[in-house]
Design a protein around this ligand. Structure first.
Ligand SMILES: Cc1cc2nc3c(=O)[nH]c(=O)nc-3n(C[C@H](O)[C@H](O)[C@H](O)COP(=O)(O)OP(=O)(O)OC[C@H]3O[C@@H](n4cnc5c(N)ncnc54)[C@H](O)[C@@H]3O)c2cc1C
Length: 580
């Protein structure tokens, strides 16, 4: 990639960065947990329980009123402290808990928020899930805390830690805000759940010091400074991956099942595969999570009434599958598969080959590109496919545009509305309700800084090095207007991730992989299917190769379906293995 890559010790900062575990512990500021209740007895009781469990890792603060708590929160912000969790009573005289948590959101949007309610307040709590992105509502009393309090708080604190980047522990990326290369690295690290600190070379005062110490200049950015003080200039994804400890080479000669694609279907297949004792390898070309990993808030996944972000879901799934022993290679893109004596050979882009007895293809779908002349010049430099969560902070106080009116466009708009001054959703149809789920349409109506521009197309774009303007055309009147735009996020549908397969497997006219009994409808069925049995439901035109999730012809798109299909593919993988 452009500039040759040097990897040196980063001396200027090394002495500060290299600390023993003990030093780290001493120097690290403990994050806060804040408890708020006007009933002093309840406050003391929860304070006692929370302190007994968390005092080693958190500072536990308590306030007897919402106003006192808000003062404390402002003070924490001024002192650059971090707030991990707030537990607040709902019924308080000066301010209700929901209103208070809304204010907390303005100062510490990442803090986890729990409402403490009596049974009669549950309606307010459920409403607060939408209004303030409440993470949990806890019914009083919470005894015994080992069963009813700590498991919930542990879960929330784990989530908070996964996003939290203490200065001394994070990798730093230094580059230009609207540079595609920087965007690519940020997206890769965040997708692989590697904490990083982003430093815009034009506005972050410390960035110059890093450049000088690394002997780098603005012409060869981005610069990556690893947490041990070494640095990389303009690294490729695989160089960066190996430096942050991501696995890229398979360790076994042969696997029972090799899964291609680390979206919900692939991750589910990997959990079920390794959990059942199969030697399981998952290969992902960019970052696990797939399309779902880009979702700012998934609200329809069973068992998570408060919703969860795609990053959270991915983190949980990755932890689960690695605990069972799945190996994950990333970034590794599969180029081709071949079959020899019933064994499957998967070839990667870097030329390495891995052998397995079965394969599950879960390569899902990728964003459809918006076809506007010159738009590709701005991809990563103001034009983004997905990635709302990666670039949200850069859009603070800006007007941004979202092209597309489906559920994912609406989720992105809701998320971006917390940062941007104004979010404009550009749709071709008359109304958003024609393309998006009702709950999202309602949420959008209630969000004052989101506007919907119906009957419009994005038809042009311009800028010198980064996106500066877009052209919008009214499809009813033909009228065109050019507006300034800092960012355009595109969500106009997806295409199956099957180009790489060429003619190895039977695909339908849109490129989705045909499986099961649908194969039998093809006139060439008897030429490719030679077994006595019929193809299993998720089995492709090659026995022992299965397809699951969005990539499968006839699949119901969505996270729950993809997860179900991943699990189903493993059930049939086992049957196939018994036949071998
Ligand atoms: C922004 C957004 C928000 C969404 N929100 C919701 C929601 O709230 N609820 C819901 O039910 N659905 C939602 N969806 C839809 C849902 O995410 C998808 O239906 C689901 O992710 C499909 O899962 P999958 O595993 O089949 O495929 P994908 O999620 O598409 O994953 C496929 C993976 O395969 C990898 N891959 C592709 N080709 C190769 C190759 N050659 N080698 C190696 N790896 C490869 C890709 O990088 C990708 O990680 C959303 C989609 C988007 C885009």
């Amino acid at each position: 990639m452009g500039t040759p890559n040097f990897r040196f010790a980063f001396r200027g900062f090394r002495s500060r960065n290299l600390k023993t575990k003990n030093d780290n512990f001493c120097l690290m500021k403990l994050p806060y947990i804040l408890l708020v209740d006007d009933d002093i007895q309840v406050l003391r009781a929860i304070q006692r329980d929370v302190r007994s469990e968390y005092r080693e890792e958190y500072k536990v603060a308590a306030a007897e009123s919402a106003l006192d708590a808000l003062e404390l929160i402002k003070e924490l912000k001024l002192k650059n402290e971090s707030l991990a969790l707030v537990v607040s009573d709902q019924r308080m005289p000066e301010m209700e808990g929901v209103a208070f948590l809304e204010k907390v959101n303005e100062v510490f949007p990442e803090a986890k928020k729990v409402l403490l309610t009596a049974y009669s307040d549950t309606e307010a709590a459920i409403k607060a899930i939408n209004d303030v992105k409440l993470d949990y509502y806890l019914l009083k009393p919470w005894h015994p805390p080992e069963e009813k309090l700590f498991p919930i708080l542990n879960d929330l604190l784990d989530d908070w830690h996964a996003q939290y980047k203490p200065d001394h522990e994070a990798t730093r990326i230094i580059g230009f805000q609207w540079s595609p290369k920087s965007h690519h690295l940020k997206q890769f690290l965040s997708g692989n759940l590697v904490p990083y600190i982003w430093m815009d070379v034009e506005s972050h005062e410390e960035s110059e010091k890093y450049l000088v110490s690394a002997n780098a200049d603005k012409s060869n950015l981005p610069l990556v400074v690893l947490k041990d003080g070494t640095f990389l200039i303009d690294p490729s994804l695989s160089e960066l991956a190996s430096c942050v400890g991501l696995q890229q080479k398979a360790t076994k000669e042969i696997y029972d099942v090799l899964i291609i694609g680390g979206g919900p279907a692939g991750l589910a297949a990997s959990v079920y595969g390794s959990c059942e004792g199969l030697k399981t390898l998952l290969v992902e070309k960019s970052n696990p999570g797939g399309q779902a990993g880009n979702s700012a808030r998934i609200e329809n996944y069973l068992g998570f009434p408060n919703g969860l972000s795609g990053a959270e879901l991915t983190r949980r799934a990755m932890t689960q599958t690695q605990r069972f022993g799945t190996e994950i290679l990333t970034p590794q893109e599969v180029k081709a598969i071949t079959v020899k004596d019933g064994y499957k050979i998967t070839e990667m882009m870097d030329g390495t080959k891995v052998h397995s007895k079965t394969i599950v293809i879960a390569t899902g779908a990728a964003y459809a590109k918006l076809d506007i002349p010159g738009l590709e010049n701005f991809t990563g430099a103001g034009v983004y496919y997905g990635s709302a969560s990666v670039e949200a902070h850069a859009c603070r106080n800006e007007t941004i545009y979202i092209a597309g009116g489906g559920n994912s466009a609406c989720q992105a708009a809701m998320y971006m509305s917390q940062f941007a001054k104004e979010v404009i959703i550009v749709i071709r149809k008359d109304m958003l309700s024609q393309t998006a789920a009702n709950y999202l349409v309602e949420n959008i109506k209630k969000t004052p800084n989101i506007k919907v521009l119906s009957n419009h197309d994005v038809t042009g774009c311009a800028g010198t090095t980064v996106l500066e303007t877009i052209t919008l055309k009214n499809s009813k009147t033909g009228e065109e207007q050019t507006v300034s735009a800092k960012a355009l996020f595109i969500y106009i549908g997806t295409r199956p991730g099957t180009n790489w397969l060429k003619d190895t497997l039977l695909k339908d006219e849109k490129g989705f992989i045909v499986t099961g009994r649908d194969l039998m409808k093809d006139k060439s069925y008897h030429t490719f299917w030679k077994l006595d049995r019929e193809p299993y439901m998720p089995e492709t035109s090659v026995p022992g190769i299965f397809a699951s999730g969005d990539v499968r012809s006839g699949a119901l798109a969505g996270i729950s379906s993809a997860v179900g299909e991943g699990a189903l593919a493993i059930r049939f993988t086992r049957k196939y293995l018994q036949e071998m």
